[in-house]
Design a protein around this ligand. Structure first.
Ligand code: FUL
Length: 457
């Protein structure tokens, strides 16, 4: 068992997984013929002429996403209806057959350019299920068609941070079931965009298991293989991984829409999620060791609707204000012990803002504490903790405690930390604070501890 726990502790992410995780908060854009037919799933028989946004402006989308604090965007280049938002050479069912920009438009290109100029990363959703393409269901022919389309996207639009595949698979027109040749898709992506994560139906990022924006209380990035059921509550506890033949780094992404549907429907303008709801989702997901992929669907003008842009700005403003005053600035850090008594693992590493440097006790020590002397009594009601995931995910249980009236008092308690754990609690005033790690695997690490003072209502 001890050997297994050490093995679990030492599973680490790939470079592309780290880069993806550090984006934290990203936008999903569902846009296509469904926007104009008021549907969620198209049939594949839609007339391309229905696709005619009057004011499409990808820069307006990207600026709204930036306001919210998002660092990446994933666009539905092709949804299940098969309509392509770029002028694919392999089908007529695309923007080139639509009146938009007189058939000369390319939504993927406009978004790629807007992202590039604004410093946001671009990812693409390409639905394997295609209800329009005649070869669909004729497995080898459609696999070839899908790879051709993938190649266009992988080579024509600069660097992509992610290819996002969902698992929906229906019957082809010939009554046959399409067998996707996933391995050949992955090979092509690795060859042409080695830095891109392959998400959901792919080896790099897993689905959190729901579309409501919920994360598990303990979201482990180390799980027993990729063939897990995304809906299981426990994917990574000691009990769950016991006896596992394989342990892999397979982190969680929370995809949820700002509106009830994935596509824009005017009838849902009054149902854009509230600021409180979005904050709950944000704290749960970004603060629960997942990446948040929040869908914001453009309307028939080709713009993010005013209600949504206002909400995104409110959210971004709130988050920016929340993290503005970190009371650990200038604090003095101590710990129950320091690995090898080495400066490399010293407590002050949690205060330097560098995700690569960290504090750690000796190897084999699973319980340890890290203390902060804030210099004078300070008031705070938010905390941000991060492990150094570059060396693995270890923390299983911890409390945040303050020294008050001669003893340590618990302020908050949680299980895993992973890339990031955010905590909200009633304002507390104290000079001495400690993170008390009650359980971990092999030895815990902490790369960051931040405590935030609220100076606004
Ligand atoms: C699902 C699709 O069927 C939905 O339409 C949406 O795109 C969602 C994000 O993934 O599998």
């Amino acid at each position: 068992m001890d050997d297994l726990i050490r093995r679990a502790a030492e599973v680490t992410p790939s470079g592309r997984q780290i880069a993806w995780q550090e984006l934290e908060f990203t936008a999903f854009v569902h846009f296509g013929v469904n926007t104009f037919t008021d549907r969620e799933w198209g049939e594949g028989t839609e007339d391309p002429a229905v696709f005619n946004p009057t004011e499409l402006d990808a820069r307006q989308w990207v600026s709204a996403f930036k306001d919210a604090g998002m660092k990446g965007v994933i666009l539905t280049a092709k949804h299940h209806d098969g309509f392509c938002l770029w002028p694919s050479r392999f089908t007529e069912h695309s923007v080139k057959s639509s009146p938009w920009r007189a058939g000369k438009g390319d939504v993927v290109r406009e978004l790629a350019e807007a992202c590039h100029d604004a410093g946001l990363k671009l990812g693409l959703y390409l639905s394997p299920w295609d209800r329009h393409e005649p070869t669909y269901g004729d497995s080898p022919a459609y696999n070839e068609h899908f790879r051709n389309q993938l190649r266009e996207l992988l080579t024509g639009y600069g660097k992509l941070y992610c290819l996002w595949f969902d698992g929906a698979c229906g019957e082809g027109p010939n009554g046959k079931r399409q067998e996707y040749d996933w391995e050949s898709y992955y090979e092509l992506i690795r060859e042409l965009q080695p830095q891109a994560c392959i998400s959901i139906c792919g080896p790099d990022v897993r689905w959190c298991g729901n579309e409501a924006g919920h994360c598990r209380e303990s979201e482990w990035s180390v799980v027993p293989g990729r063939q897990i059921n995304a809906q299981d509550q426990d994917l990574g506890s000691r009990e769950r991984i016991a006896g596992a033949a394989e342990l892999v780094w397979y982190p969680s992404e929370v995809d949820v829409s700002i509106r009830p549907g994935w596509f824009y429907h005017a009838s849902e303008d009054g149902q854009v999620k509230t600021l409180e709801h979005l904050l709950d989702i944000y704290y749960g997901a970004v603060g629960g060791n997942a990446v948040l992929l929040l869908n914001v669907p453009p309307d028939r003008r080709g713009l993010v609707h005013e209600v949504d842009t206002a909400r995104l700005k409110e959210l971004g403003d709130t988050l920016r204000r929340t993290w503005a005053h970190d009371v650990t600035k200038g604090a003095k850090a101590t710990a129950s012990e320091v690995r090898d008594k080495s400066d490399r693992f010293a407590p002050h590493n949690v205060l330097d803002g560098n995700p690569r440097t960290y504090w750690s006790p000796n190897e084999g020590v699973e319980q340890a504490w890290l203390g902060l002397d804030l210099g004078r009594p300070r008031t705070f009601d938010r905390a941000c903790l991060q492990e150094c995931i570059r060396v693995g995910q270890r923390v299983e249980r911890f409390t945040l405690e303050v020294w008050s009236e001669g003893r340590w008092t618990e302020v908050a308690r949680a299980t895993t930390i992973g890339y990031k754990r955010l905590l909200r609690f009633p304002p507390v005033t104290a000079q001495s604070v400690r993170v008390n790690i009650l359980g971990s695997r092999w030895c815990p690490t902490l790369a960051k501890v931040g405590l935030y003072e609220r100076r606004w209502a």
